[in-house]
Design a protein around this ligand. Sequence first.
Ligand code: FE2
Length: 338
Amino acid sequence: MKKIFLSLSLLALLSNTTQAAEQNLNIYSARHYSVDKNLYDTFTKQTGIKVNLIEGEGNELMKRLELEGKNSPADILLTVDAGLLWKADQQKLFQPITSDILNSRIPEDVRAKDGSWYAFAKRARVIIYEKTKGKPEGLERYEDLAKPAYKGMVCVRTSNNLYNQSLLTTIIKADGETAATEWVKGFVANFARTPQANDVAQIKGVAAGACRVAVVNSYYVGKLIASGAKDQLKTVENIAILFPNQNDRGTHINYSGAGVTKTAKNKENAVKFLEFLASDEGQKLYAYSNSDYPIVPSVAMPPQLKAFGTFKQDIQPAEVLGSLNPTAIRVMDAGGWK
Ligand SMILES: [Fe+2]
């Protein structure tokens, strides 16, 4: 009898060891930043949980989750857009979780009430301008970018881009659909060139004098500074940031966030990962390596963001960005934004 008991204990021990060696976490991520690898590596080092990553565009990953249904390997869906968090929630792709850590660390206005998703990083969509020529006179608001005075000055990427669509939802919310359509028409009439490429290309366009102003995410500027690379520093030397709408609603903020998928097989690991993202270390990794603004108020900003100064932020509920997205696409079409 004793012998059998020992064997069973040994078996239990072995199976525990095997289990420990097989801790996994499967993440579907729309974040497109190679620097995030640091974060996954640090999480694995701390917890022993292996991270398997599938990267893709947010809407594509959501479609994939839906098609895979209950067979989906995904435990976490990470997006770069608040509207998509709302949409994924509407499509019941997340499950609510309870975490005192997340509830105490993440401000209430940037998480789902029921714990379905949480924001982990913020970014501002700012206007940049060519420093040597200075800020075009009278330019203070996104709305100003449609004024005829700025003809031929503006660079921006295409209307396919979610950053632009989400910015437009906030203009629609503030000014109404009709005014927003007029705004797009005036904005498009001011383009220095056909919308193209990514935000970094717009920054380079301004630095090189191809455009006087551009609309870009703050973290791209932060990353160029933080890189310390000569050519990148030269690019940012010739641009300045304008935080729009400081005398009214504030500068448009979008946030990157995540939730545990409804069909998660590694739920415990998934919650641990979200709690890690909210920790000082996780927040610093996002802020220092990707120049995202920390979402946890007590976490210090990295020097490159501190240098931008503080500003009034327009943080809309995720529902605004998500539910007005089809309207934004329609308005872009009607206004001729390619
Ligand atoms: Fe981006």
